[in-house]
Design a protein. Structure first.
Length: 228
């Protein structure tokens, strides 16, 4: 293995983990609405589905590349399969995040009612939908970064395995601090807006997004430590 291939592999693994943080947060927030004994199972199934979807998309790499081809044009905007998937995923993420924020900022009676209504199958269905959106974005990013297919396979498997290991810790940390739940949902709303913008070919540098998320998270942690 040459140093160039090794650097590409490590870079892609790191990038896949960063892109997968959004996926973990979404899965953690949805699984929190399930009974305690079902949460671990939901996280495991959610991330396993993410792995399976990514491997399937890699197997159909030629189809993935066709997603970038223009399907139709409206005014000055041209739309491809990828654009439509990103817009649909962004709208769903906006709807789901704003709905969750509304529920979590209402009285406890409403929160208890919504928690009991959450079913395991509907939760997995929602996770599967967002897994598909994040998987398409992840694989297209991988295709643009490296040429070797086996590097993409290894990077996806390693990154999802790491995400499986840290998912419980992230979920527990978010659930332990209610303010972080709202912050995490606000992050997801921002990701939703970003997906919609990318669907309309308005590129927003991800470095700006992740820096603002990291800064907000840092301020929140300082506030939590001050209260303690």
């Amino acid at each position: 293995m040459s140093s160039e291939i090794l650097i590409s592999l490590v870079t892609l693994i790191f990038l896949e983990i960063i892109l997968g943080i959004d996926n973990i947060i979404f899965i953690s927030l949805l699984s929190d609405k399930l009974p305690a004994e079902s949460r671990k199972k939901a996280r495991l199934i959610g991330l396993s589905l993410a792995l399976v979807l990514r491997l399937i998309l890699l197997a159909g790499i030629s189809w993935i590349l066709k997603l970038d081809q223009t399907l139709f044009t409206i005014s000055e905007y041209s739309f491809s399969g990828k654009n439509l998937i990103l817009i649909a995923g962004g709208l769903f993420l906006l709807y789901k995040s704003s709905k969750e924020i509304f529920e979590k900022t209402e009285d406890k009676h409403l929160q208890e009612n919504t928690k009991t209504k959450a079913s395991f199958n509907s939760t997995i269905g929602q996770i599967l939908l967002l897994d598909l959106v994040f998987s398409v974005d992840s694989i297209i990013t991988a295709v643009g970064l490296v040429d070797e297919l086996w590097i993409m396979y290894v990077a996806v498997i390693v990154s999802i395995s790491i995400m499986l290991l840290i998912a419980k810790n992230i979920s527990d940390f978010i659930n332990k601090h209610p303010s972080l739940k709202i912050l995490a949902l606000a992050f997801l709303m921002m990701i939703g807006l970003t997906l919609i913008a990318e669907g309309f070919k308005l590129h927003i540098p991800k470095a700006y997004i992740y820096f603002s998320m990291a800064f907000s998270f840092f301020v929140n942690i300082v506030q939590i430590r001050k209260k303690v």
